[in-house]
Design a protein around this ligand. Structure first.
Ligand code: FES
Length: 130
């Protein structure tokens, strides 16, 4: 019989746990391709290794698996709109591509730093101010 510490070591798979780090170094099946049947179809909730995520197929057919909750105010992206090569948050409209990169911040349009960002990376000043 396992002691509690041994059982925890083997069964807890969060990002900061030993078993979580181990599993994250390997490929694992998440869902069937037919669950995302066409471009811009509704996103699907996926829970992998204790992490809530959403999967979606963008306008070019690329598959994305990103954290479920928006970086802005933590709204669920599962309710988001899958459109024009990204998943748009239903609350304030931030948009994420298939890599999880935020590519559009509608409520920070006037921000000079956001306009100047050549990588379209998230503007930390905007996040702090919003
Ligand atoms: S909560 Fe997603 S854009 Fe504000």
């Amino acid at each position: 019989m396992l002691r509690k510490e041994q059982n925890d070591l083997l069964t807890q798979t969060g990002p900061q746990t030993p078993m979580g780090r181990f599993f994250r170094s390997y490929w694992m099946p998440a869902l069937l391709a037919e669950e995302l049947p066409e471009n811009d179809c509704p996103p699907v909730r996926v829970k992998l290794l204790s992490e809530p995520m959403v999967a979606f197929r963008d306008s070019e057919g690329r598959l994305g698996l990103i954290e479920e909750f928006c970086a802005h105010r933590r709204a669920s992206l599962w309710f988001g709109r899958n459109e024009e090569s990204g998943l748009r948050c239903p609350y304030h409209g931030w948009k994420y591509d298939v890599t999880g990169q935020c590519v559009d911040v509608r409520n920070a349009i006037g921000c000079r730093r956001w306009k100047a960002a050549s990588t379209r990376a998230m503007c930390r000043s905007c996040i702090a101010a919003i």
